[in-house]
Design a protein around this ligand. Structure first.
Ligand SMILES: Nc1ncnc2c1ncn2[C@@H]1O[C@H](COP(=O)(O)OP(=O)(O)OP(=O)(O)O)[C@@H](O)[C@H]1O
Length: 673
């Protein structure tokens, strides 16, 4: 593995390049925007990069929650990174993409994204893959595994293409991922890297929601790279859309991304069906965030004498499954009080936005959404019932900061899926059909999805297993940004919580707990909201939940086709992406929308202010930043009650109007809380 360490000269060049990426003036930005013809995703990703530095600075000043564990600026780097020595070690190992010998056109695409230095997994895996080795790479969530395989793969294919050695009877590379959402995400990433050489390589994604005709059209050519799920590729082979002998002739590389999840998505048989068609010469790469017996199974099935990159080998001082830039907290409470605790966290602004909240059933998700809505907190629900276009666009809209709170049921193992399975055991055909009708088997909200700039992940319900925990928490702290997680643990969930704690201690070789009690929420603050919360929770009936669920699907189905057509023509127009519209058309009473000042104790007020200050320091509400994300008009602060709520008590303004026009409250009378 030929590797150059970061020389001073190189570092200087890198600094210069970073300076070149200065914040543009408004005029420059407008001019650039007029010229740019970029995908929404690329714009969001660039902004995420821009935000990273700012967020890291905030970590130094006020800790991840912007709360009471403030540290002096000089001391902070040590606290944040685990010590000077470790920092130096990391710095010594820094390698730029230039040093990895990648194709010039790929480097140009990386520069355009503002990516200069390789992450540890990238700097270790890229040279090995370029050497032609089979590789099994295990690295924590958000560590950049996608580019770790995409870059060397594209480099090799570009080389073959320029030497005229590409075989064209079937795709040259398969990238197999567990879910459709990931197909789309990986396809977007690969396309963005090929921006400066579109005529040389073609990448397509196909999934089970497409008709055979559409799949056949997509695969005509054929493309060089196929991003798909194991189920879809197996079906293409069995239907003769891709011929086995052609795969044998053309396939030179196969990637199994999110390999730890592939088998849990019932992909084993599909992968076994593929094995006889894979040529012996095919290089196989397996990427995973966690270790499991499934990984070993897959390794045996598909790889030849692979090089195994484990967590320590990719440059981290110690093994870690949760990025060290993520602070993990817990709140112990009764199951019935969870709704009260989440209200306190959000309404008193004790956690940093954006927030991703995980629940274990779709009904719980809608109950929570309706409940929060009654307090003026708007959110969106992401679940397996929604049409695929809607799911993709909810993720896109959340990434673009069109709303701050997303409630997700995290995979097809939700309570509903389990019930559907259980209830239909007698007739497995009915069971499968019913399940497919209601819940999409290839759906995966969380796993591997690159949510941008999620600061806090909340486990409203604990995940069913330790892998679920790792993947959920992995939606924050991505690409070295700071983040936090809060798990609401009821006595009934103590078992799984202990399992998670033991796993973390085991991996990180620690005796002490890795998950600390959340320090910013006082008993007084919770109790001050209890009466209202209980009252409102009671008013959200099962019928309301059923109706909201039905209404949401209806809206999203209507929107789904519009979204598809519209975004093909206007990839940057976010007007349709308002997935947090109010479910109820009733006016929010003032006493619920605003928390009166006398209810908020001084400690809570202080904590809330600290969180707000750190948010301001991150520049999250900066109008120029919002504009780059695709917002039209101003900050929206003047018309959105979410943005005007203050834990210090509210300065009432006369007449305001809901942004989406559901309710015109201009004539609303001034009512004292
Ligand atoms: N070299 C880099 N420098 C900075 N950011 C990077 C770099 N490489 C990738 N990223 C960004 O890091 C984020 C996480 O990357 P990616 O999705 O590949 O992580 P992952 O390891 O596959 O995570 P998961 O296991 O959750 O799927 C992405 O937003 C990506 O654009």
């Amino acid at each position: 593995m030929a590797k150059q360490r970061g020389s001073r000269k190189h570092r200087k060049a890198t600094e210069q390049e970073e300076e070149d990426h200065h914040e543009p003036t408004v005029a420059e930005e407008e001019e650039a925007e007029a010229k740019e013809d970029e995908q929404l995703e690329a714009a969001a990703a660039r902004d995420a990069e821009g935000g990273a530095a700012a967020e890291d600075e905030v970590q130094l000043e006020s800790g991840a929650m912007g709360g009471e564990d403030k540290v002096e600026e000089e001391e902070a780097p040590e606290a944040a990174t685990g010590g000077d020595e470790e920092c130096k070690e990391e710095e010594e190992k820094e390698v730029s993409f230039d040093e990895l010998g990648l194709d010039e056109q790929l480097k140009r695409a990386l520069r355009k994204k503002g990516l200069i230095k390789a992450t540890p997994i990238q700097r270790e895996a890229i040279p090995l893959i370029l050497e032609g080795k089979d590789v099994v790479a295990k690295a924590k969530t958000g560590s950049g595994k996608t580019f770790a395989y995409l870059l060397p793969m594209l480099h090799e294919l570009l080389k073959l293409s320029s030497e005229g050695r590409i075989r064209k009877s079937a795709p040259n590379a398969f990238i197999l991922v567990p879910t459709r959402e990931l197909c789309q995400q990986v396809y977007n990433e690969a396309s963005s890297l090929l921006e400066f050489c579109t005529s040389k390589l073609k990448v397509v994604q196909v999934n089970a929601s497409m008709s055979d005709k559409d799949i056949t059209v997509a695969l005509s050519g054929p493309p060089n790279i196929l991003v798909t799920t194991p189920a879809c590729v197996a079906s293409c082979i069995s239907k003769g859309i891709i011929r086995g002998p052609s795969i044998k002739e053309s396939l030179s590389m196969m990637i199994l991304d999110e390999a730890d999840l592939l088998l849990s998505y019932r992909c084993e048989d599909d992968l076994k069906a593929l094995v006889p068609h894979i040529p012996r010469s095919c290089q196989s790469i397996l990427m995973s965030a966690t270790s499991s017996s499934d990984i070993e199974k897959l390794t045996k099935l598909l790889l030849h004498n692979p090089f195994v990159l484990t967590l320590t080998e990719v440059g981290y001082a110690k093994d870690e499954v949760i990025p060290r830039n993520v602070q993990q907290f817990l709140i112990s409470c009764d199951a019935k009080d969870k709704i009260l605790y989440i209200l306190a966290l959000l309404k008193l602004e004790l956690i940093q936005k954006k927030v991703l909240i995980f629940v274990n059933s779709i009904d719980s998700a809608f109950k929570l959404r309706l409940f929060l809505e009654k307090f003026g907190i708007r959110s969106s629900v992401l679940n397996a019932e929604l049409p695929q276009n809607s799911r993709l666009h909810i993720i896109q809209a959340f990434n673009a900061r069109l709303f701050d709170y997303l409630i997700a049921t995290d995979d097809n193992k939700s309570k509903e899926a389990k019930q559907a399975n259980k209830g239909n055991k007698k007739d497995s055909r009915v069971s499968r059909k019913q399940l497919q009708q209601t819940l999409d088997a290839e759906f995966g909200v969380v796993r591997g999805i690159d949510f941008k700039n999620v600061f806090t992940v909340v486990n409203y319900d604990m995940p069913p297993d330790t892998t679920g925990y790792v993947h959920r928490i992995g939606r924050t702290g991505r690409a070295n940004k700071t983040g936090a997680s809060i798990s609401l643990v009821s006595p009934e969930e103590n078992g799984i919580f202990q399992e998670i704690e033991n796993m973390l201690k085991d991996v990180e070789k620690k005796d002490t707990s890795c998950i600390s009690p959340f320090p910013l929420l006082t008993k007084n603050a919770v109790e001050s909201l209890r009466y209202r919360a209980q009252d409102v929770a009671r008013s959200v009936t099962t019928r309301d939940i059923k109706e909201a669920r039905r209404q949401d699907i209806k809206n999203e189905i209507l929107n789904s086709d519009k979204l598809k057509a519209h975004f093909e023509e206007n990839p940057r127009d976010l007007d349709l992406l308002k997935h947090d519209k109010l479910l109820s058309n009733k006016e929010i009473p003032a006493h619920l929308r605003d928390v009166p000042e006398y209810l908020i104790d001084p400690t809570t007020k202080e904590a809330s202010n600290a969180v707000k200050l750190s948010r301001a320091a991150m520049g999250i509400d900066n109008p120029r930043r919002r504009k780059r994300m695709g917002f039209k008009g101003g900050s929206g602060k003047s018309s959105d009650p979410l943005k005007t709520f203050s834990a210090e008590g509210r300065t009432r303004r006369r007449g305001w109007k809901e942004r989406d026009g559901e309710q015109d409250r201009r004539k609303r009378k001034k009512v004292e809380s």
